[in-house]
Design a protein around this ligand. Structure first.
Ligand code: SF4
Ligand code: SF4
Length: 404
């Protein structure tokens, strides 16, 4: 697809990069078949190809209307189109550029801006988010079922054994929503790592991975999150930390992008590259470890595995969870349409509730056709979103490994 840049964008790095990315698209339309929003809306403008055209239009004319916002907002950023595209289109990066330009060229109304700012403020502050959860839990019986099920219950944590005389240090990115809403995930991660003799270190100064700000088109704030984390981790990296793990695949996909997002930063580019090199989803990390000394209770009935988009399309690991759980002896339930998003997608379930709920309904139908005992996922957003609409327990898969 050829783009003639409008003079306003001709000399900008964003314009030139967008033109380069757009040129990969050959209009074939293969991506339409695997795009959840196109399958839901049946409107070309809600497909990857349609959105690429909308961004092209903006780049060529220098202007757009609120309609472009509507269709770009409806994108889940699931990147299913990327893994389908035969032409290697890097759609996620183009979308981020398009959304950033749209935010500047077509300002949103006050209400939309307020909601988005509030989300960015609350979701990136785990303590505040934790306090809101604490305040919301006693109100659950008074709320409509649909709302009360969105508030996760309090989770009991198990003691973490101490690790002595270890030479192995691994950094943990705690994640903002996860550390407040589902602390059992990191608790289980700590316990497994301790059993492997690994000292798992959380650095207090590190915070949100940057995904919330960056994907809500507050890209400056998002990049500042990246720089703050790099500063927080750097002394530990220099002291020999062997990896930076996260148990939220959404954060893992963001860490994998640090190198690229800060590639032009004269101060941080090299450090960002090192962070990306060390970054791993906890599943990616554990598959390289010898787990034969660990004991699991695999006798829990069939497990339906939901591989989040950030793990399968973002980190390129569509089989990681199923292979790992199967290899460890768990029985897996048959599922289908595994490539399609569950509708959680960060803040999507709040900002686009209708589409999000329909996608969740489809996903639960695809996951539960064999009546699984439990649904296992790898990302807190998917976990909370699915759990709000099913009686079947939805857990992070690492919790299954902590069931000795
Ligand atoms: S599959 Fe790739 S090349 Fe084909 S229309 Fe979609 S983005 Fe363009
Ligand atoms: S990222 Fe997902 S929702 Fe967005 S265009 Fe691609 S497949 Fe469709």
């Amino acid at each position: 697809m050829h783009v003639e840049l409008h003079p306003r964008f001709a000399d900008t790095s964003a314009g030139q990069r967008a033109r380069e990315l757009t040129s990969a698209c050959v209009h074939c339309g293969f991506c339409l078949a695997t795009c959840p929003t196109y399958l839901d809306q049946r409107d070309e403008r809600d497909s990857p190809r349609g959105r690429i055209y909308l961004i092209k239009q903006l780049l060529e004319t220098g202007g757009a209307s609120a309609v472009t916002h509507t269709h770009l907002d409806r994108c889940l950023t699931c990147r299913s189109c990327e893994t389908t595209c035969p032409s290697g289109m890097q759609y996620g990066e183009l979308l981020d550029i398009g959304r950033g330009l749209m935010e500047r060229e077509v300002p949103r109304g006050m209400l939309q801006r307020a909601v988005r700012s509030l989300l960015r403020f609350v979701l990136t502050r785990p303590r505040l988010f934790g306090l809101l959860l604490l305040a919301g839990r006693p109100l659950r019986p008074l709320l409509p079922a649909s709302l009360s099920r969105k508030i996760p219950g309090r989770q009991e944590l198990k003691p973490v054994p101490g690790v002595r005389d270890t030479k192995r240090t691994v950094l943990l990115l705690e994640g903002c929503v996860q550390s407040a809403a589902t602390p059992r995930t990191n608790n289980a991660t700590r316990r497994i790592m301790a059993r492997l003799g690994i000292d798992l270190v959380s650095v207090r100064e590190a915070g949100c991975c940057g995904a919330v700000n960056y994907h809500l088109a507050a890209q400056h704030d998002g990049l500042d999150d990246l720089r703050r984390n790099i500063d927080a981790w750097w002394a530990h990296i220099e002291a020999g930390a062997e990896a930076i793990v996260t148990s939220a695949s959404g954060c893992g996909a963001m860490l994998a992008d640090y190198a690229h997002l800060l590639a032009d930063d004269p101060i941080y580019a090299e450090r960002a590259r090192r962070v990306t090199e060390l970054a791993a989803d906890v599943g990616q990390f554990l598959t390289k470890e010898d787990l034969s000394g660990l004991v699991f209770n695999t006798d829990i009935g069939p497990v339906a595995v939901q591989t989040p988009c950030t793990l399968q399309h973002g980190l390129g690991e569509p089989q990681l969870l199923t292979d790992l759980l199967q290899c460890l002896g768990f029985t897996l339930a048959a599922t289908r349409e595994n490539h399609l998003c569950c509708g959680s997608a960060g803040t999507y379930s709040i900002l686009q509730p209708g589409t999000s709920a329909r996608l969740r309904e489809n996903k639960l139908r695809a996951l539960t056709r064999e009546g699984p005992a439990v649904i296992a996922t790898a990302n807190v957003g998917c976990q909370l979103h699915l759990a709000a609409a099913t009686e079947i327990p939805v857990v992070h898969w690492i919790e299954l490994l902590d069931n000795a």
